[in-house]
Design a protein around this ligand. Structure first.
Ligand SMILES: O=C(O)c1ccc[n+]([C@@H]2O[C@H](COP(=O)([O-])O)[C@@H](O)[C@H]2O)c1
Ligand SMILES: Cc1cc2nc[nH]c2cc1C
Length: 361
């Protein structure tokens, strides 16, 4: 069995018994029932993920930033030069990016993984080379990746998740770096959710009005060039999902999808970052529908396609600050909220233990 097939086979639904126990426990704690709102849902979900009540604290947390370049950059869909992908990888390694600052703030480690940067990236502490290609092909002209490349990138993500969990991490956070990857994200979101390019395409790093209209057109051409009909196609089943991911995704999307599958197979929660992670999670859920249960939506990005992806996955974002940076920043900011939700389950007294009168029934 391949690593991908074995990982998919190892993904079980989140545990309903632990979730029911967590709900009951929440209701015994010294607070009005439901008063922690969405945080109660997060704690219950983490119980289901670990199949344990209370679930283990989601610590330590590990961010993996998957970096890759995109052939569709040649269509003029981003105001930034492609070299910035490699330059930002060096910046992550040197500790100078926002992701480094936020990781330090929340006590998370960072691993940077080159799965497809167009330039050679020097290996170094915290930088892993799993380069599959020097960028993808132009998805507006045909498939961005071969099926083998997509499987290799998925496998890289699965392996990185596995090694971070084996190292003792109890929460994974997705990160991405790839100039032009919001175009590929929009195309994936359209094909996996059946939405029109105009409603799933955003301004990415900040395109002007003219470039934005052109970007929507490029997404439309990509969908058609790969044999999908706009606003109709919803790939069902693992083979169709893999074909769609290879046709329209980036190497980092495929690696992040694998990272999600690897976390789910290890029964460890994975906090999703922005629109790139949302697009990758759609692919992961199409490959293994139960994988969505292991995801926590860290935040809602300013990219309109992100909300579309999260709604399709049934995930509610924890933080909504109009971030549109990527590199794991929104996922990192949500980590303390996830920890706080679980800490309540461990430390808050019950009405009985604290001698607090419960509501009269
Ligand atoms: O995470 C997001 O939702 C997000 C939204 C807009 C841009 N980004 C980041 O910006 C880069 C892609 O933007 P663009 O305009 O080049 O497609 C890539 O490195 C992403 O990490 C990320
Ligand atoms: C500077 C810069 C930093 C980023 N981090 C993630 N995507 C990015 C895109 C740009 C352009």
């Amino acid at each position: 069995m391949t690593l991908l097939d074995g990982t998919i086979a190892a993904i079980w639904p989140v545990d309903p018994v632990a979730m029911a126990e967590a709900r009951t426990h929440q209701d015994r704690l010294t607070k009005p029932r439901g008063s922690l709102g969405v945080l109660e849902d997060v704690a219950v979900r983490l119980a289901g993920i670990a199949a344990a009540c209370p679930p283990p604290m989601p610590e330590p947390a590990a961010l993996a930033i998957f970096a890759a370049d995109h052939g569709v950059h040649a269509q003029g869909v981003s105001p930034w030069p492609q070299e910035v992908t490699a330059q930002m990888v060096a910046n992550f390694a040197a500790g100078g990016a926002v992701a480094n600052a936020f990781a330090a703030q929340v006590g998370a480690s960072i691993t940077v993984v080159d799965v497809g940067v167009a330039a050679d990236v020097p290996a170094g502490p915290g930088v892993i080379s799993r380069k599959i290609a020097y960028g993808t092909a132009d998805l507006s002209e045909g498939p961005a990746m071969t099926l083998d490349q997509a499987v290799d990138a998925l496998s890289a993500g699965i392996e990185i998740a596995g090694s971070l969990v084996a190292a003792g991490n109890r929460c994974l956070v997705t990160g991405d770096m790839g100039i032009a990857n919001t175009t590929a994200s929009a195309a994936l979101i359209c094909v996996f959710t059946g939405r029109e390019p105009a409603s799933a395409t955003g301004r990415g790093t900040g395109v002007d009005d003219a470039m934005y209209q052109h970007k929507i057109d490029v997404v439309r051409r990509a969908i058609e060039a790969n044999g999908y009909e706009e606003a109709v196609a919803v790939p069902e089943g693992p083979d169709a999902a893999l074909r769609a991911l290879a046709a329209l995704g980036g190497l980092e999307h495929a690696a992040i999808a694998g990272f999600i599958l690897g976390a789910a197979a290890a029964r460890v929660p994975v906090i999703l970052d922005g629109v790139i992670a949302g697009a990758a999670a759609l692919a992961a859920a199409a490959l293994a529908p139960e994988a969505a249960g292991y995801c926590v939506a860290g935040h809602r990005s300013a990219e309109p396609g992100h909300a579309v992806a999260l709604a399709h996955l049934g995930l509610r974002p924890l933080v909504d600050l109009e971030l549109r940076l990527g590199e794991g920043t929104g996922g990192l900011l949500a980590h303390p909220l996830v920890s706080a939700a679980v800490r309540v389950m461990h430390e808050v007294a019950t009405f009985d233990a604290a001698g607090v009168a419960d509501k009269e029934r």
